[in-house]
Ligand binder design. Structure first.
Ligand code: SF4
Length: 427
């Protein structure tokens, strides 16, 4: 069997986020008998020399390159990640032109054909990828032209595109957990990574700008609460990791599943400190209490707006009344919380923005993270609303901003609120 090097191309360091998808792929390969190592580029210098040193030392036959995002999703200061991924592919090619390069990850899955064209990589896997990578490498190792692999895309020598739609496995409880070790480098203490855990895949909600349901499916697929707690217990006991985030799109949907996970964690009496992303619609007093008891220290609500007009236009499943309610419930449990805002959606005006920010001040929300503009992504309502731009254009930063509110106006409306509230951030 050949040797596999998996590289997470993500370099965002505020804070560096553990490459969970890559570590699932690593665990799947190791469980199938492959020798595999990982590099996390948040922990290394992004230079040819650094990468080539690892390539020389490890001498892989296959290189898996994980692409987490297309760009930094920031309309004011956009930064595309395309060039840095292309550079990485070039460095690998220059090191050994015969090593197969396979792309994957959420950012790749959004625009797979465009990524393969732009980078010149050999193959790409759309979707979960854990079973597909094993199947693809087995076929390559046997000298076959790959075929019928879930989510696989590549261009033949004749220039034809081959693609097999990804199959979303129902069963998420595997014999393995994502690899927390297996990196070829140590983790620098100054670049302390934020660990993460996944309890489900898919999202049943329909927010107009979000590509997540098209990436992971509209049917929510759940891990067993016991399996989730077992993984966390292993993280604590084996790796001394007691601080992490649940990185499900919505931790508290279905609510009973999240409650059951909390009960499992409470039963284990582990010294935990964790965070999660929540939807205000599925937040109750009982659940807030369970979160607190289970070691949850901070929760983040992706409310997007405080104006019912905007919430309706984003197709959010809650309104201002629920936002008011979660603030009270969090305070009752002394649970730290923050709100994320998306400024500039289709119905946004100076009035709706003032309404949102006034509500945040009225509720004395301490931490707010506001993003100007809506990143246009394929397979979303926003994509059609924005006139269905050519998919090739979307590989580079492209944003929607309400025709009734310019970026400059939005900035100047937010400025005095930011001055009065030092922990509110708008970018
Ligand atoms: S924004 Fe969150 S809740 Fe809405 S569709 Fe996307 S993943 Fe689901």
């Amino acid at each position: 069997m050949g040797r596999v090097l998996l590289i997470s191309a993500n370099t965002e360091k505020r804070p560096p986020v553990f490459p969970l998808g890559l570590s699932y792929i690593h665990a799947s390969l190791v469980a199938s008998g492959w020798e595999a190592g990982m590099l996390d580029m948040t922990q290394l210098e992004y230079t040819r020399e650094a990468v080539t040193n690892y390539l020389n030392a490890y001498a892989p036959d296959y290189i898996g390159l994980s692409i987490r995002n297309l760009d930094n999703c920031c309309m004011q200061y956009p930064r595309s990640f395309v060039d840095q991924v292309c550079l990485m592919v070039d460095w690998v090619r220059e090191w050994n032109s015969r090593a197969s390069i396979i792309l994957g990850g959420a950012g790749f899955s959004l625009l797979p054909r465009q990524w393969l064209q732009e980078t010149g990589a050999d193959y790409g896997i759309v979707g979960d990828g854990c079973d597909s990578i094993v199947e693809l490498l087995s076929q390559l190792e046997a000298g076959q032209v790959p075929s019928a692999v879930s989510g696989l895309m590549f261009r033949t020598r004749a220039g034809e595109w081959n693609y097999w739609s990804p199959y979303a496995p129902e069963q998420l409880d595997q014999e393995y957990y994502p690899s927390r070790s297996g990196f070829l480098h140590s983790y620098d203490v100054d670049r302390r990574v934020r660990h993460n855990v996944l309890t489900k895949r898919g999202c049943a909600l329909s927010c107009t700008y979000c590509a997540y349901p098209s990436l992971e499916g509209r049917a929510v697929r759940l891990r067993s609460p016991k399996g989730v707690a077992d993984e966390i217990e292993q993280m604590v006991v084996q790796y001394d990791i007691d601080s992490f985030d649940f990185v499900d799109s919505v931790f508290n949907y279905p609510l009973e599943h999240a409650e059951e996970i909390c009960r499992e964690l409470i039963g284990r009496t582990l010294p935990l400190s964790w965070g999660c992303f929540l939807n205000p619609r599925f937040f109750t007093a009982e659940f807030a209490g369970l979160l607190k008891q289970a070691g949850c220290r901070e929760v983040e609500f992706g409310i997007d707006s405080g104006s019912d007009i905007c919430l309706r236009s984003f197709k959010k499943n809650f309104r201002q009344a629920e936002i008011r309610s979660v603030v009270q419930l969090c305070r009752d449990q002394a649970l730290d919380f923050s709100f994320c805002l998306l400024i500039g959606g289709p119905e946004e005006t100076s009035e709706t923005l003032h309404e949102t920010l006034d509500l945040m001040e009225e509720l004395a929300v301490q931490r707010i993270f506001g993003l100007f503009g809506i990143r246009i992504l394929p397979s979303t309502d926003m994509y059609s609303y924005a006139g269905s731009p050519e998919p090739d254009e979307l590989l580079h930063p492209k944003f929607f901003m309400s025709p009734q509110l310019s970026l400059e106006q939005a900035n100047s409306i937010c400025a005095p609120y930011r001055e009065r509230n030092p922990d509110w951030m708008f970018i």
